[in-house]
Design a protein around this ligand. Structure first.
Ligand code: PMP
Length: 382
């Protein structure tokens, strides 16, 4: 018997087998628990044990607070997957890509309160680019809305910093920068640029690229991400930010990341990416099947594409469904789904219309099954 405290929130009873019918399907946050079964299969090889007297120092033996061994592992992962060019580039660590986003904005901004950099992104986009930039409220940079407002207006002396998410959160599409010009700098957020979620058409070779283990291994709670940086000055400025802010990333988090990436690179990454891809593809197929019967709801269109990692054309798989409510009266799609016992995120969280909403597909198997059941009922009633 499992203790009751270990039941999924939608199940009760002494052995967690009783479905609680008033339970709400959790398709909200992008907690990547879909990878938990993979790590259960690799429990011993991924485990970390640290004695109390171990690794107490601020620094590694070379005087740095960035593990060189971990940098080598990260480069190996990118070489195996073929999703980023790392030759001659700098690698820096952050507490998830979340910390690196603002480090990057700081590093790309001019030291000029009279002409602050404009931070922009293309809707629908990940909310934190806006919320974080506004929260830090710097004299050197400001969030200035959608790229569509600034097309053909980038010629002046103002620095533009464009966040590009590829594949995009929430709609899973591969994207590239919209703005052009010598004053435009891009931050490529490649959080989802892994074979679980997308075809890898070619290695990315952008000036500033962000990655995280959150959506690669699924260890969002470890809070470990990295940036790959072409320019030495930008690297130095990001290093300053990380030093002033937190004196780098927890050495324990670095050790755990090292252990996890060791398992990822086993067998050239075949096992984890086959698992991630087939899990996400199957979820997408099932979701599409349920909604294909509906005129009330539609999903984003994703197509099969050649993947250099799998060396074949692969079906779509995506971290999130970007659902649209098609009926004229369903202007608030989030509320429509919420009334049917499904919790997602409203479109306005992504600077988009509330006729859209995001459903997370990367949560646990239980969360996904409950989502599918609730959607089946909703579609049958509509
Ligand atoms: N960028 C995007 C597009 C994301 O979706 C997320 C996480 N949901 C992050 C960055 C932040 O990830 P991390 O856990 O590494 O801070």
């Amino acid at each position: 018997h499992l203790p009751v405290c270990e039941c999924h929130p939608c199940y009760g009873g002494s052995d967690c087998s009783e479905f609680l019918s008033d339970c709400v399907a959790n398709a909200g946050s992008g907690d990547p628990l879909f990878l938990e079964p993979f790590w259960k299969q690799h429990a011993a090889s991924s485990a970390v044990l640290v004695s109390g007297w171990h690794r107490m120092s601020y620094i590694y033996s070379d005087g740095s607070y960035i593990s060189e061994l971990l940098v080598k592992h990260i480069i190996k992962v990118h070489d195996i997957v073929g999703n980023a060019k790392t030759d001659g580039k700098y690698v820096i660590f952050g507490a998830g890509s979340t910390q690196l986003m603002n480090a990057a904005v700081y590093a790309l901004s001019p030291n000029s309160s009279s002409n602050p950099a404009k931070v922009v992104a293309t809707a629908p986009h990940y909310a934190a680019y806006k919320t974080q930039t506004e929260f830090f409220n710097s004299r050197d940079y400001r969030y200035e809305g959608d790229t569509s407002l600034w097309k053909n207006k980038t010629d002046g002396s103002t620095r533009f910093i464009e966040f590009v998410t590829s594949p995009n959160n929430p709609d899973g599409k591969l994207t590239s920068a919209v703005l052009q010009g010598s004053n435009v700098k891009s931050i490529y957020d490649y959080t989802y640029f892994w074979p679980h979620f997308t075809a890898i058409p070619a290695p990315a070779d952008e000036d500033l690229m962000l990655f995280t283990i959150s959506k690669l291994t699924g260890h969002a709670g470890t809070r470990f991400g990295w940036a790959i940086i072409k320019d030495a000055d930008v690297y130095e400025r990001m290093l300053t930010y990380l030093t002033v802010n937190t004196i780098g990333v927890s050495r324990d988090a670095q050790l755990r990341a090292l252990k996890l990436l060791n398992v990822v690179v086993e067998g050239e990454g075949r096992e984890i990416f086959e698992f991630g891809y087939t899990t996400m593809r199957d979820r997408w197929i099932r979701l599409k099947n349920v909604l294909s019967k509906s005129k009330r709801f539609s999903l984003q269109k994703l197509s099969s594409q050649y993947c250099s990692f799998f060396q074949r054309t692969r079906d779509p798989s995506t971290a999130y469904a970007w659902l649209k409510c098609e009926r004229e009266e369903d202007k608030d799609c989030y509320t429509v789904l919420r009334a049917a016992g499904i919790n997602g995120h409203p479109g306005s969280n992504y600077s988009a219309d509330d006729r859209y909403m995001r459903l997370s597909l990367i949560r646990s198997k239980d969360d996904f099954e409950i989502l599918i059941n609730k959607l089946k009922t909703l579609v049958a009633q509509s």
